[in-house]
Design a protein around this ligand. Structure first.
Ligand code: BTN
Length: 251
């Protein structure tokens, strides 16, 4: 359907829905056979965002979840897969002449606004990842956003003033993701982390780290460690961001 064989991908099942609650939720009950699987929906009625938030999913965007069985990947690689997904979206957008940056961990930002959200989940045993579920929503042909999103969201159409064939974008993005995942299985994410640093708009910035509504701290983002955690220098010493929202402080 997405001519994935054109990109050298012959071993992927595709499940397509006109409407579904969430491609990530649906992916959890997909029984994988030999192949990995891509779950796509034209619309989501309960799109899931990070940290329990909702993700607006009208028919202007793309909503897909790649279910990928990594070869012998330890569970501590989960976060690096999240970063890999962000890099893949930036690479996709670059192909369309759109310069995107990543706000840690993987909000894809264009002209200061969010163009894509990524929610990665995984199923694992005590040691190894059994399957990664990489859920990606990209604002593609949206012309307007509602009151709650209009100052913080942007679409490919708003940037380039033209509409796009969503199937082609899904094919290209899936091919980039799979190539990057295959590569990470052999080089232990080394190249992905280097690429991630180039796309990061968070490194070397003064940031606010919001752990939850009552807990936050300020510091300078100084690096990404070998597990993919953001290193933050604070007045109380060095901290690693595990699960939090990050905002960049304008001086
Ligand atoms: C975020 O920005 O907080 C993450 C949003 C992730 C949205 C995508 S859309 C496809 C997949 N299915 C979902 O329910 N969520 C992800």
């Amino acid at each position: 359907m997405y001519a994935l064989s054109h990109y050298g991908i012959d071993d992927l099942d595709v499940k397509f829905f006109d409407e579904i609650a969430s491609t990530n939720t649906a992916s959890k009950s997909v029984e994988l056979g030999e192949n990995n699987c891509l779950v796509v929906s034209k619309v989501q009625t309960s799109g899931k965002g990070r940290r329990g938030r909702n993700f607006a999913s009208t028919e202007d965007g793309i909503y897909m979840s790649l279910i990928y069985k990594p070869k012998k990947m330890k569970i501590n690689k989960g976060l690096k897969s999240v970063l890999l997904a962000g890099v893949s979206v930036c690479e996709l957008l670059k192909e369309y002449g759109i310069e995107a940056y990543l706000k840690y961990p993987n909000d894809c930002i264009v002209n200061g606004k969010k163009i894509c959200g990524i929610l990665c989940e995984m199923v694992s045993d005590a040691e190894y990842i059994e399957k990664l579920i990489i859920g990606i929503g990209v604002n593609v042909n949206n012309e307007v956003f509602d009151e709650t999103l209009k100052d913080i969201a942007i679409s490919m159409k708003m940037v380039k003033n033209k509409s796009y064939m969503r199937d082609i974008i899904i094919g290209k993005l899936t091919s980039i993701l799979i190539k990057r995942l295959r590569q990470a299985e052999t080089d232990d994410f080394e190249e992905v982390l280097e690429e991630y640093k180039k796309y990061s708009n968070t490194l070397n910035k003064e940031i606010k780290v919001i752990e939850d509504e009552n807990n936050f701290y300020f510091g300078k983002a100084t690096g990404i460690d070998s597990n993919g955690f953001l290193i933050v220098e604070t007045n109380d010493g060095e901290k690693r961001v595990v699960s939090a929202d990050v905002s960049i402080r304008n001086k």
